[in-house]
Design a protein around this ligand. Structure first.
Ligand SMILES: [Zn+2]
Ligand SMILES: [Zn+2]
Length: 165
């Protein structure tokens, strides 16, 4: 929860204010995790009976490259806009709480979660790992492998084939 007082804006339609915001967010996904500050300039616009909060947020998450499995810093961005009303009439609208504050953590957290990468790649030309020996091909070349069908593992797989038992 991050409470922001908006008493100066309530009842003054057309008025607005901007605040530099830094909020600590912890979010863990399969391939990326964030445990640190999300920062940005948040603008609050007053309507007749409501307040619109919006901003462009920035953060640095730790991502795991899906090709080479190396962890790297992923600079992320998330935009949010959220309407608040004294008497919210829909699920999309959050409450302006007494005596005049709103919580901006919820909408920021939602957008940050959506913006975390599902399939991060450390760099566009990441060569990944050799699928046979696991060598990190970004660091050293793989010498190559014999025809897989003649490898000991393939012969073992044949021995284990139920039709041969
Ligand atoms: Zn990589
Ligand atoms: Zn290899």
């Amino acid at each position: 929860m991050m409470k922001v007082l908006v008493t100066d804006l309530i009842g003054t339609p057309g008025a607005h204010r901007e605040d530099e915001v830094s909020i600590h967010i912890t979010a863990i996904m399969d391939a990326a995790k964030l445990d640190g500050p999300v920062t940005g300039l948040v603008r609050y616009d007053a309507g007749v009976r409501d307040i619109m909060a919006s901003g462009r947020m920035r953060y640095v998450a730790t991502a795991t490259c899906i090709r080479c499995l190396v962890e790297f810093e992923y600079p992320g961005k998330a935009r949010f806009s959220q309407l608040y009303a004294e008497d919210p009439q829909s699920e999309d609208i959050l409450a302006i709480n007494d005596p005049g504050w709103i919580d901006i953590e919820e909408p920021i957290r939602d957008e940050v979660l959506l913006s975390l990468p599902l399939s991060p790649i450390c760099r566009s030309d990441c060569a990944g790992l050799c699928s046979t020996c696991g060598t990190d091909l970004n660091r050293e070349p793989c010498e190559g492998h014999e025809d897989v069908s003649s490898s000991p593992f393939a012969i073992l797989a044949q021995l284990l084939d139920p039709e041969d038992l």
